[in-house]
Design a protein around this ligand. Structure first.
Ligand code: GDP
Ligand code: MN
Length: 404
């Protein structure tokens, strides 16, 4: 789970990471009042979306009066911001953050990641901040500093000092940077983060070290024990289909193909996608309906898959262990009855209650293409694809029920 910059800054500040004074706003008016509260004479107005590279996309605006803050906020709120991290669809700005502007002398890069090879938290730092780590890694990989942290003892002050000196900070700045580094590490560990990025960590002309930008990602599997973090979830930032899927306990990932997949188990879902490709088709999605899927959950899976207009065939592949084929079959019938399924359906049901499941499909009167094996199902789905485009639509809908 990702959170917004202002939320990450608030969390990090609780662990002693120095940040500028700021406040979140949902309207231009509110932004102006925030500026007034913060005081001073220069502010930055920053679009709060789950993406970096906002600066280059016009999402970070320096303002020299409260009036300018109001204008900048008005311009950003409601706007769709396209950064090179959001994809072409961009993200709509619903919140902005107003912060006291800093006059920047230097920008360095600071990141905490999980290094899977080391099986450790790893600190990554670079003296040229402001740009993305991928860009730093391309332009000047030799400048990147790394420290691996021993989990039994945590980050040691000497490690933080080594990084601070390695970044070329002045002695008066080193102690501040050490505090920021140790604070960010503790936040990472204590809040079950999987990534913390402070880019840039800035040195101001007054010699103060400040986290000017902050990004945090959390381990979804640990959210249950971090209510203070999980309440920061912003559903507006998520793909509505993902949110809908998680409501029904489905794992759904949209892809670009035309064959919708409804499968139980992540491994079988992957295998199904492979078999579709092998048969010459392209999967439209990854969807794992999980174990013990009720007819309702199966119907919800259909609704989700069919919400993608590119889907021209649905392939149901169930190997029922905990699942029951009769329930899955009931789900297919329920989907056809309740919402209509305007594309061909290929079903391969195996395992628990297989005979009952197949009987339900047979007796439903729906024109479902059945298959015995995964390979058979995949090639029938690909064949249905070409037939479907040749013969026109609607093999199975609530209207044609009983026609076969
Ligand atoms: P990002 O583009 O999404 O990574 O947003 P950042 O928060 O990192 O801001 C991008 C850039 O805007 C920074 O690298 C700074 O150069 C600039 N910036 C951000 N905050 C301030 C500020 O308080 N003062 C000044 N002068 N520049 C700022
Ligand atoms: Mn940044």
């Amino acid at each position: 789970m990702d959170i917004h910059e202002y939320q990450a800054k608030e969390l990090l500040a609780n662990f002693g990471v120095p940040v500028a004074r700021g406040g979140v706003a949902y309207t231009a008016e509110q932004a102006m009042f925030r500026a007034e509260e913060i005081g001073g004479s220069r502010w930055v107005v920053k679009a709060q979306i789950h993406s970096g590279a906002r600066g280059k996309a016009g999402g970070v605006k320096l303002c020299a009066s409260e009036h300018e803050v109001r204008l900048a906020a008005g311009e950003l709120l409601g706007r769709r911001l396209v950064t090179h991290q959001t994809g072409p669809a961009g993200k709509v700005v619903h919140r902005i953050y107003v912060e006291e502007a800093a006059s920047i002398e230097r920008e360095v890069y600071l990141g905490f990641v999980l290094d899977r090879r080391e099986e450790r938290v790893c600190v990554v730092a670079a003296p040229q901040g402001g740009m993305e780590i991928e860009e730093i890694a391309q332009r000047s990989p030799e400048t990147i500093l790394r420290e691996v942290i021993e989990p039994a003892v945590g980050m040691q002050p000497f490690q933080a000092r080594e990084i601070a000196y390695g970044l070329g900070l002045k002695p008066s700045e080193v102690n501040q940077a050490v505090k920021a580094l140790l604070g960010a590490y503790t936040a990472f560990r204590d809040l079950d983060a999987t990534m913390v990025e402070i880019n840039p960590l800035a040195v101001t002309s007054a010699g103060k070290v400040l986290a000017l930008d902050a990004k945090m990602t959390f381990d979804d599997n640990a959210l249950f024990r971090r209510p203070g973090v999980s309440e920061l979830r912003d559903y507006a930032e998520e793909d509505p289909r993902d949110a809908e899927a998680s409501k029904y306990g489905l794992s759904y990932i949209a892809l670009d193909g035309s064959i919708g997949c409804i499968v139980n188990g992540a491994g079988l879902a992957m295998a199904t996608m492979d078999m579709i490709k092998q048969a010459g088709g392209e999967p439209a999605n990854f969807l794992d309906i999980g174990g013990g899927a009720s007819p309702e959950r199966v119907a919800a899976a259909f609704q989700l898959v069919l919400s993608d207009p590119r889907v021209r065939v649905v392939l149901v592949n169930i190997f029922a262990g905990i699942n029951r084929c009769d329930w899955v079959a009931q789900g297919i019938v329920k989907a056809a009855t309740d919402i209509g399924v305007p594309v061909p359906v290929v079903a391969r049901l195996a395992g628990t209650n297989m005979q009952q499941g197949r009987a339900i499909l047979r007796e439903s009167g729906l024109r479902i293409i059945t298959a015995d094996t995964l390979a058979d199902a995949a090639s029938k789905a690909v064949a249905a694809l070409s037939q479907h485009s040749a013969d026109g639509p609607a093999l199975v809908t609530s209207a044609t029920r009983g026609a076969a």
